[in-house]
Design a protein. Structure first.
Length: 749
C-alpha cells in the first residue's frame, strides 16, 4: 500500500455507466448527516479529513475512483470503502462496521488529545450518529462493487463483505484474498497431520528414541520436547513463547531431529531454509543458531554426528531475499507457479510478518514442504496490515489438545499432557501449536521477567485492569535489582541526560554493583558513554610498525569496529513515538547534543542534524540488496586510514556481518541513502534485537499507539537491565490496559 497505483492495481476494469445525475440519490432521513446521503457532501467531508491528517489522501482517492466507475454507489458504501482503506494503514485487514458504530472516532487517525485548530471538521461520531448497523449493511448490497465473501467466489468486485449475526466486515478484495489463501493453505497442511502421508503420525515411537537423545528425561512435561514432537508430526507448526523460553534452542533440536529421521529413511538430506522478516532478525538468528549447532550433542542421534551436523543449516536470510524481490513491484520471483526449492522452511520472529507476506510465503511453498513459525505471540504485530501470528495463537495459552494428540504426545515424549491443557473440542490448528512456558533468561528473581509478566496479564474481566496496575506497582516496589523507574519532573529534567550518557546507575539497587548472571559478575548498567569510550580508547594507530599492507591495517580496524559495535549494544533508548519531543526525531538530536557537551562526539549543529561524524550510530530503514544491508541493521560511523595515504582518515560506516572471513562491512556514508541516527529507536524497529540495558521512554500525553503489546515488547528487549522513563503521570497505567485488537477474519476453526 505504498501508492495509489498499488491500491487500485487489482480493481476491475472501468464499468460503463453514465454521469451522476442530480437527484438520483435517494435522500436519507432528515437527521442523517449530509455526507451519508450525498456524494458531493461526502467528498467534501473526506477532503477536510485529509487536510487535517485524519484520513490519508489514498483513502479519499479510492472513493473518487469507485464513484467514477460506478456512479450509483451509495455514499454510505463509499464511506465504508474509505474507512476500510484507512484501516489498512493502521494494521487492520478489514473494517468492522459494528465496532466502528460502537466507537466511531477510532476509525480515523485522530490526535490523542483532539485538535486545537479552528473550524475542525465533524468527527466520525457526529457523522455516524444515529446510523444503525442494518442500514449500513444494506448499503453494501451493490453487486458491482461488493461481493459476499461467504461464497468464496467474490468475482471481480473491488470490495468483499463478510456478515454474521450482529457483525459485518468490509475488505478491499486483495486483502480478503490474502486471508482466504492463508486459511486454505494452512488448513490443507493441517489435514495431512493424521494422514498416511505422514509416517510420524502413524508411529510416534519412531520419534521417541530421537527425542530422548535430544532432551533429558523429566517427570513433568517438557514443552520444548513436546514442541519438537508436534512440529515433527505436522506439515504446519507454530512454536511460540516469551523471551528466554528457548524457541531457538527448540528449533535447532527440531532440525536435528528431522534430518536424522530423513537420513535414516532416504539417501538425501532435507532441504531446509531459515528466514526472518528483517535483516537484523536474520543476523541475530544466524549468530544464535551457529553457536547452538556447534554445541549440539549428536552422538546418540547418529552414527556419524558430524555428517548430521553438516546438514543442519546455519545461514539465515530475509523473507524478501528468500522469495526473490522484484524491484518496483509487490510481486516475487517465487510463487505457486515457481515454488521454492525446499522441504522445510523455518520463519523466526513471525509476529513481524504481515498478512501479505505470509500469503506470499504460503503461495511459494511446495505442497509437501513443512512450514514452522517461531515467535512471541504477545509482541507487537507487523507495521503493515495483519497480525497473523497473534491470530493463529489466540488459543495457545490453553493448549486445547484433544485426546488423540495427548495420547500421541505421551507416547512420543514419555510424559502426559496436564489435564488443564486438554480439550475434547480442540480445533485442528490447536494441535499444531506449542507454547513454551518456562523462561530460562528471566527467573523469579528477575524484575524484568516479573514486570513483563505483569504487563502481559490478560484483561478478561472489567476489574482486571486495576489488578494489573497493582501487580506492576508491586514489581517496582519489591526491590528487584535489574529494573529502575525514572520519573522526569519536566522536559528539561537533567536526569534524562544522565541516563542516556551514563545509564542512571543510581536508579538501580546498590547502583547495579554485585549482580551476577549464571555465576558471572555483571557490569553495572551503562549509557552511550560506554561505546564512545571504547571507540576512542581502542582506536588503532593509522599504521603500526612492521605492517606492510593496508590489509593488515584493516584487520586491526575490523577488530576495533567489532568492539565498538558490541559496546554499542550495551545500551539503547526506545521510544513509543517517532515524532514529537519524546519521539525518536526529537530525542536523537537532544542526545547527540548531550554527548557533545560531554566531549564524547565532535560535530557542529549542521552535522548533528544532517551530516556524518565519528561515532554516529545509524539504523538502515530500507532494504538495500546492492549493499547487502537490510531494514533494521545498525552500523557505527568510524574512521579508517585512507588506502593510498595512511596518514589521512576517511569516514566509513561499520556493519557487523555473519561472515567469519569478513566480519565487518565497511560502507561509504554517501552510499547510504536510507538511514537514521539511532540514539533513539522506536519499539517497532527494536523487534528482533536485544540490548544489555534498555530504557523505554513513555511520552507525556496519552496516545493510541501506547498499548500493552508495545510496553511488553520494549521491556523484553532488555537482557540484564531495564529503565522505564516516564515524562507524564499515569501514562503507563493507561498503556498497559489498552490492547491491540486488529480487525481480522483469520481463523481456522
Amino acid at each position: 500500500m505504498n501508492d495509489t497505483k498499488d491500491l487500485f492495481d487489482d480493481l476491475p476494469e472501468p464499468f460503463e455507466s453514465g454521469p451522476l445525475e442530480p437527484g438520483s440519490l435517494k435522500p436519507g432521513p432528515p437527521e442523517t448527516h449530509p455526507a451519508l446521503e450525498d456524494i458531493d457532501a461526502l467528498i467534501a467531508l473526506l477532503d477536510r479529513w485529509v487536510a487535517r491528517g485524519w484520513l490519508r489522501a489514498l483513502d479519499r482517492a479510492l472513493v473518487v475512483f469507485l464513484h467514477r466507475e460506478i456512479n450509483d454507489g451509495p455514499p454510505l458504501l463509499l464511506l465504508a470503502a474509505a474507512l476500510a482503506s484507512h484501516q489498512l494503514g493502521r494494521g487492520h485487514v478489514s473494517l468492522d462496521l459494528a465496532q466502528t458504530l460502537a466507537a466511531p472516532n477510532l476509525a480515523l487517525s485522530l490526535p490523542p488529545e483532539g485538535d486545537d485548530l479552528s473550524d475542525p471538521p465533524p468527527l466520525p461520531s457526529q457523522v455516524l450518529e444515529g446510523l444503525e448497523l442494518e442500514r449500513w449493511c444494506a448499503a453494501l448490497d451493490h453487486p458491482l462493487l461488493v461481493a459476499d465473501g461467504h461464497d468464496n467466489q467474490p468475482g471481480s468486485t473491488p470490495l468483499v463483505r463478510l456478515t454474521g449475526p450482529g457483525s459485518a466486515r468490509l475488505y478491499l478484495r486483495r486483502y480478503w484474498q490474502y486471508e482466504q489463501d492463508i486459511r486454505v493453505r494452512i488448513a490443507a497442511r493441517l489435514d495431512d497431520v493424521s494422514s498416511d502421508k505422514n509416517p510420524a503420525s502413524r508411529n510416534p515411537a519412531l520419534l521417541a528414541a530421537a527425542l530422548d537423545a535430544l532432551f533429558p528425561t523429566t517427570v513433568e512435561i517438557d514443552w520444548q520436547k513436546a514442541a519438537c514432537a508436534l512440529a515433527a508430526r505436522s506439515p504446519f507448526a507454530v512454536i511460540t513463547g516469551g523471551p528466554g523460553t528457548g524457541k531457538t534452542t527448540t528449533v535447532v533440536k527440531l532440525l536435528a531431529l528431522l534430518q536424522s529421521q530423513q537420513l535414516a529413511q532416504a539417501d538425501r538430506a532435507l532441504r531446509i531454509r531459515l528466514a526472518a522478516p528483517t535483516g537484523k532478525a536474520a543476523a541475530r538468528l544466524n549468530e544464535s543458531i551457529a553457536g547452538q549447532v556447534a554445541d549440539l550433542a549428536l552422538a546418540a542421534l547418529s552414527d556419524d554426528p558430524e555428517s548430521l551436523r553438516s546438514v543442519i543449516p546455519q545461514e539465515v536470510t530475509t523473507l524478501h531475499r528468500l522469495l526473490g524481490s522484484r524491484p518496483d513491484t509487490r510481486h516475487f520471483r517465487h510463487h505457486a507457479g515457481n515454488p521454492l526449492a525446499l522441504d522445510v522452511l523455518v520463519i523466526d520472529e513471525a509476529s513481524m510478518v504481515d498478512i501479505e507476506m505470509m500469503a506470499a510465503v504460503l503461495g511459494a511453498l511446495p505442497p509437501r514442504a513443512r512450514l514452522i513459525l517461531l515467535g512471541d505471540k504477545d509482541q507487537l504485530a507487523s507495521v503493515e496490515a495483519g497480525a497473523v501470528l497473534g491470530d493463529l495463537c489466540q488459543r495457545a495459552e490453553g493448549g486445547h489438545y484433544h485426546h488423540a494428540t495427548c495420547q500421541w504426545l505421551a507416547q512420543a515424549t514419555g510424559t502426559a499432557v496436564p489435564e488443564h491443557y486438554q480439550n475434547t473440542e480442540g480445533q485442528p490448528l490447536d494441535q499444531a501449536i506449542a507454547m513454551l512456558r518456562v523462561s530460562h533468561r528471566f527467573d523469579a528473581s528477575s524484575g524484568i521477567g516479573q514486570l513483563a509478566q505483569a504487563v502481559n496479564r490478560p484483561l478478561r474481566h472489567e476489574h482486571d485492569g486495576q489488578a494489573k496496575k497493582r501487580a506492576i506497582r508491586e514489581v517496582f516496589t519489591t526491590g528487584y535489582t535489574d529494573i529502575a523507574r525514572l520519573p522526569l519532573a519536566d522536559a528539561d529534567d537533567p536526569a534524562f541526560e544522565r541516563l542516556v550518557v551514563d545509564g542512571y546507575p543510581a536508579g538501580f539497587k546498590h547502583r547495579g554493583i554485585g549482580r551476577q548472571h549464571r555465576g558471572n559478575d555483571l557490569a553495572p548498567a551503562t549509557g552511550y558513554r560506554h561505546y564512545l569510550d571504547v571507540l576512542h580508547r581502542q582506536r588503532p594507530d593509522q599504521r603500526a610498525p612492521g605492517e606492510a599492507s593496508f590489509d593488515q591495517v584493516k584487520a586491526r580496524h575490523d577488530d576495533w569496529a567489532l568492539a565498538v559495535l558490541d559496546a554499542h549494544n550495551r545500551f539503547q533508548l526506545l521510544c513509543a513515538l517517532r515524532k514529537g519531543p519524546w519521539g525518536v526525531e526529537g530525542l536523537s538530536l537532544r542526545i547527540a547534543k548531550a554527548l557533545r557537551r560531554e566531549r564524547l562526539i565532535a560535530a557542529n549543529d549542521r552535522e548533528l542534524e544532517r551530516g556524518w561524524y565519528l561515532g554516529r550510530p545509524v539504523l538502515v530503514t530500507r532494504n538495500d540488496y546492492g549493499l547487502g544491508l537490510m531494514n533494521g541493521d545498525i552500523g557505527i560511523t568510524l574512521a579508517l586510514p585512507h588506502p593510498e595515504d595512511p596518514s589521512r582518515s576517511v569516514l566509513r560506516v561499520a556493519f557487523p556481518t555473519a561472515n567469519i572471513d569478513k566480519p565487518v562491512k565497511w560502507v561509504l556514508p554517501s552510499r547510504l541513502q536510507a538511514v537514521d541516527t539511532v540514539f533513539a529507536m522506536t519499539v517497532h524497529k527494536s523487534q528482533g534485537s536485544e540490548f544489555t540495558h534498555t530504557a523505554l521512554v513513555l511520552p507525556e500525553a496519552p496516545n493510541p499507539i501506547l498499548t500493552r503489546e508495545l510496553v511488553y515488547t520494549g521491556i523484553t528487549r532488555a537482557k540484564h537491565w531495564f529503565t522505564l522513563v516516564e515524562s507524564g503521570r499515569g501514562i503507563l497505567d493507561e498503556a498497559v490496559t489498552r490492547e491491540v485488537v486488529r480487525v481480522s477474519g483469520l481463523g481456522l476453526s
